[in-house]
Write a protein that binds this ligand. Structure first.
Ligand code: ACO
Length: 356
């Protein structure tokens, strides 16, 4: 019996495939590299939902724009309740408040996730929400609502690339959670809220912040080798390196590195991060020879979102804003099977005493 389900196939999906040995991620029949930075998030959503969501055939940009506007009308009155909450807590409160009875749940959930991420980050800092622009691209609008200031085309493309990159990734913990809830026929919005709850934990959504802490502590490129080597000598793990599934480089790291590279030259730490990455890979090879430890997605997530002016507490909400499209699709796929996910447990407690 496998404890923890590590090698168990718990669902069939046509949505995405993760090949950890080859370092390959396939989303809706396309390699990640064909989509991220090339296809707008709205179009990636339409591709992912093709065959699952009937109205996904309309103009995806207009669909999500309308969804953001409808979500904002519902969520804006809740803004005063965000004060004192972390951004993830605020996002959970907002998404959990959406009524179950809406007809177009799929688009509403994704639109609401973008609005809620922006509102929750602002609310955690005591700032009032900013209304969406239904005519804008989804990524550009999220970033503008979060910042409360205009976003240039390069920055919008940076976030767009990020949202497409995280749209789906096999049966990770939050997606599995969303499928379990969907399997009870609880509906799309409940499945999305459940996915967000699973994402909140530091073992799933939490590495990008520590990547920035590590870069802050290293300080200069000259200091990198000694700092990283000392950390490994103390048995610490280098943040943004290694992965449970990928035994080679995480393909998402490369597309995010390219996206961050397009923002280079501004006042950010992209060039520094690239230099530290090169040193870290040498230190890892020296300290753990033959282990195939390479850069994971979280390293360049941190660099890219930081360069876009997103505060650290906004990293997980933005991940959720992108991943909601995947949670929705998995929830629909699972609901259609009509089968509840109900694994077994092995009892290791004490047995009642036998009757004499
Ligand atoms: N830095 C230094 N050494 C490492 C690192 C790292 N980042 N990752 C793994 N190792 C070492 C382990 O200590 C272990 O060494 P040992 O056998 O001598 O004790 C060896 O490499 C093998 O590690 P695994 O057991 O294969 O790694 P595991 O699958 O358990 O962990 C994990 C994967 C949690 C991602 C790990 O690599 C890690 O902690 N990385 C740093 C945190 C991080 O970047 N998290 C984000 C992950 S990506 C994501 O969530 C989307």
């Amino acid at each position: 019996m496998t404890i923890g389900l590590d090698d168990v196939v718990a669902a069939e999906t046509a949505l995405s495939h993760v090949d950890g040995e080859a370092g390959r991620l396939i989303i809706a029949g396309h390699d990640l590299e064909e989509l991220a930075g090339r296809v707008a998030f709205e179009d990636a959503v339409a591709m992912l939902w093709s065959g699952l969501v009937p109205n996904a055939g309309g103009d995806p940009r207009a669909l999500l724009g309308r969804a953001r506007a409808r979500a904002y009308a519902h969520l804006a009155p809740l803004a005063p309740r965000l004060s004192g909450l972390t951004a993830v807590e605020g996002m959970r409160l907002l998404l959990a408040s959406l009524p179950d009875a809406e007809e177009d749940h799929p688009a509403l959930a994704v639109g609401a996730a973008g609005v809620a991420a922006s509102m929750a980050v602002r609310g955690s800092r005591g700032l009032a929400p900013v209304a969406p622009d239904p005519a804008a691209h989804h990524a550009a609008d999220i970033l503008r609502m979060m910042r409360g200031a205009p976003v240039d085309a390069g920055e919008a493309k940076g976030l767009d690339t990020y949202l497409v990159t995280v749209i789906d990734h096999g049966l990770n913990a939050s997606t599995f959670t969303a499928r379990v809830v969907a399997s009870t026929q609880a509906g799309i919005l409940s499945s999305v809220v459940a996915g967000l709850c699973a994402l909140k934990g530091p073992l799933h959504g939490g590495a990008p912040g520590p990547v920035l802490d590590m870069l802050d502590a290293i300080g200069t490129v000259e200091n990198a080798d000694a700092w990283l080597d000392d950390a490994m000598a103390r048995g610490e793990r280098l943040m943004g390196f290694g992965h449970r599934i990928y035994r080679v480089r995480d393909p998402r790291a490369d597309v995010l590195k390219a996206a961050a590279g397009r923002l280079k030259g501004k006042d950010n730490r992209i060039a520094f991060a690239e230099a530290v990455e090169a040193v870290a890979l040498k230190v890892l090879e020296r300290r753990k020879p033959g282990r195939r430890l390479d850069t994971n997605m979280e390293f360049y997530t941190a660099i890219l979102l930081d360069a876009l002016g997103v505060p650290r507490e906004g990293f997980t909400p933005l991940f959720a804003a992108g991943r909601t499209a995947g949670w929705v699709a998995h929830a629909i796929e699972q609901t259609r099977t009509g089968r509840i996910i109900r694994p077994q447990s092995r009892y290791v407690g004490t047995w009642p005493a036998e009757a004499a």
